[in-house]
Design a protein around this ligand. Structure first.
Ligand code: ZN
Length: 424
């Protein structure tokens, strides 16, 4: 009680002392200004892919599947293993992606110590036996090692973790987030193209020659359009899941969606970095570059393909009325462009955020408007500076509940359709 009272007194004093400043806000405050970096290709370490065998051929580990990442595994005896997770190249963001399968000829429980190259344990393990349905590892089977000292972000998570997993003959997937590799994303796109107003085509190739797939939602030729991209950063699956729900709502059967499609076309690149995703990269494409720093110099084929698409559509007379780039970070946050830059035209983004917030009061989400838009570097800035598009970076938390992500994507789509309808 004493502590609480002292804390309250301190807080009150601090509040009185700062009353002319903005009140303290809660939750994730967002990242600082991005440094200008070269986006010329750099060497990337491709991981060895295959199956590791232990204990006289009874226990197996594999990274040999789309989005797999396991750089090494050792057996320490007594069913204890140490896994090594390394990055595609460095320096790299602290987003150590991992994904591997493990199985055994006879059922048993094993312990795996997860270690990361110059990083910490950001992603809480997900478990699956079919590679499609994932659940977080039971917390009683999770132990942090060298726990973080900070309150938030990478400083708050353990350096390594030890997990206990029951394995059997059927492989168990252990992954940083749900698996959405290029094959699964393509089958999602294909499942939507059964509607006659949805089509898909390639707008280019990645560095490793994977398709840059674009989804077009259009029931006729309109000259106003919405642009959506996601997954520039491979591990950012929660951003992808919100985007998926957003797109399913905009292309759905509701009267609102039908009305939206009477006036607007929708262009979507759901997988901006197919090479990075399929190679299980932490952040970069196979040119070793953070694609969301390449929207000024366009040194990478993935960003170039979207730029060329937008330039082509502009030459056809298209006006882009809204652009969104979906990402994931420590918690949900919005990064719009400040209206001191965008003026009246950019107001729709803030109206949209306010409307979403009103409908989803259960989860507080900070808004961090940017005034730095040149050099463009990031997609949002390129969208605005070169295509005059009101645009946003829409970020979801790594651990945001999956049903809420889905709801947020849906609500965001509904509110956008209302605002665009008013503009029309
Ligand atoms: Zn990102």
């Amino acid at each position: 009680m004493k502590n609480k009272l002292a804390y309250f007194t301190l807080f009150t004093l601090a509040f009185v002392a700062c009353k002319n400043q903005k009140p303290a806000t809660q939750g994730y405050q967002g990242q600082g200004k991005s440094a200008v970096v070269s986006t010329l290709s750099k060497p990337v370490q491709k991981q060895w892919k295959g199956i590791w065998t232990f204990n006289e051929d009874t226990t197996f580990f594999s990274n040999d599947f789309e989005s797999g990442r396991l750089n090494g595994i050792t057996s320490d005896g007594n069913n204890h293993y140490t896994a090594l997770i390394t990055a595609e190249n460095t320096p790299v963001n602290v987003s150590p992606w991992y994904a591997f399968k493990v199985w055994s000829k006879t059922p048993k429980t094993i312990t795996i110590k997860m270690t990361y190259q110059d990083s910490r344990s950001r992603y809480y393990p997900k478990i699956s036996t079919d590679g499609e349905n994932f659940t977080p590892l039971d917390s009683t089977n999770f132990t942090g090692i060298n726990k973080g000292t900070g309150d938030f972000g990478i400083k708050a998570v353990p350096e390594m973790v030890e997990i206990k997993v029951a394995i059997s003959e059927k492989p168990t997937y252990i992954t940083a987030q749900e698996l959405y590799g290029s094959t699964r994303v393509k089958s999602w796109i294909d499942s939507l193209t059964t509607k006659d107003y949805i089509s898909t085509y390639e707008i280019g190739k990645s560095r490793e020659n994977r398709a840059m797939n674009l989804m077009e939602v259009s029931n006729g030729v309109h000259k106003k359009a919405v642009m959506v991209i996601s997954r520039q950063h491979p591990p950012e699956v929660t951003g992808f899941l919100a985007m998926k729900s957003f797109i399913e709502t905009l292309s759905g059967d509701s009267p609102k969606a039908q009305k939206f499609r009477e006036n607007y076309d929708l262009f979507v690149v759901p997988l901006m970095n197919p090479d990075g995703v399929d190679n299980g990269n932490w952040r970069h494409n196979m040119g070793g570059i953070d694609l969301n720093r390449d929207w000024q110099d366009f040194n990478q084929p993935e960003t170039r393909s979207v730029r060329d698409f937008l330039v082509k559509k502009e030459s056809e007379g298209y006006e882009f009325v809204f652009g969104a780039d979906f990402h994931s970070t420590w918690d949900d946050i919005y990064y719009p462009i400040d209206t001191t830059i965008t003026g009246e035209k950019g107001k729709i983004v803030f109206d949209w955020i306010n409307n979403i917030t009103k409908r989803l009061p259960q989860k507080h989400t900070n808004v961090k408007p940017s005034t730095d838009i040149k050099p463009t570097m990031v997609s949002r800035n390129y969208f605005y500076v070169n295509q005059n598009m009101p645009a946003i970076v829409f970020e979801l938390g790594d651990n945001t509940p999956r049903d809420f992500l889905k709801e947020k994507g849906k609500v965001a789509a509904e509110e956008l359709m209302d605002l665009l309808d008013n503009q029309n």
